[in-house]
Design a protein around this ligand. Structure first.
Ligand SMILES: [Zn+2]
Length: 245
């Protein structure tokens, strides 16, 4: 059998693989598949590609050979070779099915990314909570209450291990272009930034440990202000609280 004798069957294989082939074309194709190994291989390749489009994250590229065959089937390539190509219901359905599969695939990837970012935030919160619990169990940890307007909470401070954690609740919600900024206060009232916060306003918030590069022994207090997104070099906005320790 020459290549050209396969062509009418080959064209129907993608639709058949997706169960979208016109009923009248199914029986002849199935009869041909019985006797033609190369068309069976073609069908297997389409099935593998449509399965992997559905199942695989990240998406798999079709093999180079299959891609070339798909490209030959694009309307422009077809137009040159066969001006009277009729787009049957089956072919349109295949096109729509492929678009749907690709859309689902992109949607799945975006969903996985969103879940990963949520998971990272939750992991941070759990780690911060464990740090706060551990600090409460140290005999030298001092606890300073915070009560300013709607904001309540505590500063846990362990000078011996150079560690501090803020537990806050009731922070007013702020617009996207603002951030909360923590400041360590030196004896001469100079401020050193100790990090930016954007907590969820309706949940108690436990900060990351405030110790990384700063020796807390050099400071006499801690404060928090509202600053433009990205933070400031020194406080410029509304002070939320100040604690002297
Ligand atoms: Zn064949």
């Amino acid at each position: 059998m020459t290549y050209y004798e396969h062509v009418p069957f080959r064209e129907n294989i993608p639709a058949y693989a997706l169960g979208a082939l016109d009923a009248e074309d199914v029986a002849p194709l199935e009869a041909h598949l019985q006797i033609c190994a190369s068309c069976r291989d073609e069908l297997a390749a389409y099935r593998a590609t449509s399965d992997s489009l559905l199942m695989a994250l990240p998406p798999q590229q079709p093999s180079a050979a299959l891609r070339r065959r798909l490209q030959r089937r694009l309307p422009n390539a077809q137009k040159a070779a066969r001006p009277h190509l009729k787009w049957s219901f089956g072919r349109v359905a295949v096109g729509l099915a492929i678009v749907l599969l690709l859309t689902l695939n992109v949607f799945s990837i975006l969903q996985v990314r969103a879940l990963q970012s949520q998971q990272a935030q939750l992991t941070d919160q759990i780690q911060n909570g464990q740090m706060a619990l551990a600090m409460l169990s140290y005999p030298n940890t001092q606890s300073f209450p915070i009560k300013e307007e709607s904001v309540t909470g505590s500063l846990l401070l362990d000078k011996e291990y150079n560690n501090a954690v803020l537990i806050l609740r009731g922070l007013p919600s702020i617009p996207e272009d603002q951030t909360y900024q923590i400041w360590l206060i030196a004896p001469n009232e100079e401020r050193t930034s100790a990090g930016l916060l954007r907590p969820q306003t309706d949940l108690p918030f436990i900060s990351e440990p405030i110790y990384s590069t700063h020796d807390l022994a050099n400071f006499v207090g801690i404060g928090m202000t509202i600053e433009p997104a990205g933070g400031s070099d020194h406080p410029t906005g509304l002070q939320i609280f100040r604690i002297d320790f």
